[in-house]
Design a protein around this ligand. Sequence first.
Ligand code: SAM
Ligand code: SF4
Length: 342
Amino acid sequence: MLMPDVDADKQNKLIDPFGRTVDYLRVSVTDRCDFRCVYCMAEEMTFLPKADLLTLEELDVMCRRFMAAGVRKIRLTGGEPLVRRNIMQLIESLGREVKAGNLDELTITTNGSQLSKMAGDLAVAGVRRINVSIDTLDPEKFRRVTRWGDLNKVLLGLEAAKEAGLSIKINAVALRGENDDELGNMLAWCGKRGFDMTIIEVMPMGDIGTENRLDQYLPLSRVRASLARRFTLKDIPFRTGGPARYVTVEETGQKLGFITPLTHNFCESCNRVRVTCTGQLYMCLGQDDNADLRAALRQGGPEALDASIYEAIGRKPQGHDFIIDRRQSGPAVSRHMSVTGG
Ligand code: SAM
Ligand code: SF4
């Protein structure tokens, strides 16, 4: 693999026109997935041709160029990152940079289906924290929401991850009429196991077939009010530079995050950008403007890639325009979350 120099120099930092430093990169390593969650994908998905995807070597170079520009945290996501063939190669390569102190953190967002096989290897490679997405603890509902998922397999994966010493945060999307009555029990369940939890509002991304976003949409203000009847929630100043606002749950001592991109403005402190599995750099999850880093890398090599990255950060927008609107039935952003990465 190519190993560009990753010495971060202050002058090289990625600073956008609003003075925000970009030091967090999310990378979607595949658009494919072994689940078909109803809010994320249609049941019949047409995935991208393999040749369009960045190779593992290209992903590695891309991450390293961002590190050279001051990125300190990388999250691998998808699609399901752990179903990409030979993904451990990339994880081990970036994990070495964590061990060498060139990267603060390498994290992964996963549906958990492969964890029972892979958790040990992830920990050895240098991953310390993972986010696992589980929207319900009811096996029937889990099958309905994910269409293809097996809750038991995911729970075994969580055990393996815990055993391997990984810190775990559970991501749950709040779905009206599906898990709204269950989020309190899930929070208590997380508390017992030492897991933090984040509840996410449904975002209008990508065509999902017959399902209607308005039917799924549940404002987190309602979720929070209902949880506050059962738990003592204390606001804390903890921030990750992203759209989550955190509380501690006094009864369990764990953190609970609320991601409310539709009802809350979080853009002023945004520190992140996203690269899709085809190498498109999105400066904002909620905007379509992007830069074609794959073309830059394939046609001009790492120097052209650098130039393209800095140029794109120079047009990172101030904020997003998400709305779930009764007059507009289609998605506000046409690409799927699985392409951009959640
Ligand atoms: N497959 C992995 C997983 O499920 O964790 C990683 C990719 S998934 C796209 C990342 C996160 O985005 C998951 O927590 C998922 O629940 C969330 N997500 C997907 N589509 C969403 C949508 N339309 N609105 C809100 N969250 C969504
Ligand atoms: Fe797959 Fe994750 Fe999307 Fe579910 S949310 S379909 S697990 S990419």
